[in-house]
Design a protein around this ligand. Structure first.
Ligand SMILES: Cc1cc2nc3c(=O)[nH]c(=O)nc-3n(C[C@H](O)[C@H](O)[C@H](O)COP(=O)(O)O)c2cc1C
Length: 201
């Protein structure tokens, strides 16, 4: 039996990232759950931000930002960055995060996050409660320790996801299968190509 519910953006879980925006001392950190991949070529991501956030005018002015992927072990600082506002304090100083220079955008990387995506906004769209910022990923930084044979190893990043309904942060525990493994176990039908693992030097 299904229970019909009122409409909601009930897609769960969502990733959790720390977005940095703004230059130098004015740079701010905002915890973002409404984030996702939206295109492959060029690589693009989208983030949705409420206009009431301190980060919002910074985003509108700079039209660039960094998506920093935090480790699950950093959940306390991620939670705090999503409760404190740059209106009141410097979250880098308050939470002990380290600014590292980006190469293509003004906003800093968060050194403690193993993956950092430098992004340049290509389109923004007011949707209602939030504005969607669609941005091209212009360069990716990864800690050497999470890269093997040119590939980012998710298990080493050890990120977290968020359940916006229960309000819980979850870690990712185990690999359950590899993409394409079902070939030969299901009826034989023409298949799209399995995603090739791209080795980047
Ligand atoms: C797990 C989590 C996810 C969040 N996701 C978003 C989001 O996608 N968009 C948004 O505008 N605010 C989101 N927030 C709320 C902001 O992070 C929060 O209001 C923050 O204090 C805003 O910081 P600022 O005023 O310095 O920009 C989230 C908070 C948490 C804890």
């Amino acid at each position: 039996m299904k229970i019909e519910r009122r409409p909601g953006a009930d897609l769960t879980p969502s990733p959790v990232v720390l977005v940095t925006v703004g230059d130098g001392e004015a740079a701010n950190i905002i915890t973002i759950g409404w984030v996702g991949v939206v295109n492959s070529e060029p690589p693009m991501v989208g983030i949705s931000v409420r206009p009431s956030r301190h980060s919002y005018p910074l985003l509108c002015a700079a039209r660039e930002f960094v998506v920093n992927v935090p480790r699950a072990a950093d959940v306390a600082r991620v939670d705090a960055a999503g409760a404190l506002s740059g209106d009141d304090l410097d979250k880098f100083a308050e939470l002990g995060f380290t600014r590292a220079p980006a190469s293509h955008v003004g906003a800093p990387l968060i050194a403690e996050c193993p993956i950092n995506l430098e992004c340049v906004v290509r389109q923004s769209l007011p949707l209602g409660s939030h504005d969607l910022f669609l941005a091209e990923v212009v360069v990716v930084h990864a800690d050497a320790g999470v890269v093997e044979d040119g590939m980012i190893i998710l298990g080493r990043v050890a990120p977290m996801v968020f359940d916006p309904f229960g309000g819980d942060y979850w870690s990712l525990k185990e690999v359950i299968a590899h993409h394409g493994f079902s070939e030969g176990t299901m009826p034989d039908r023409p298949r799209t190509k399995v995603i090739q693992q791209q080795k980047k030097g």
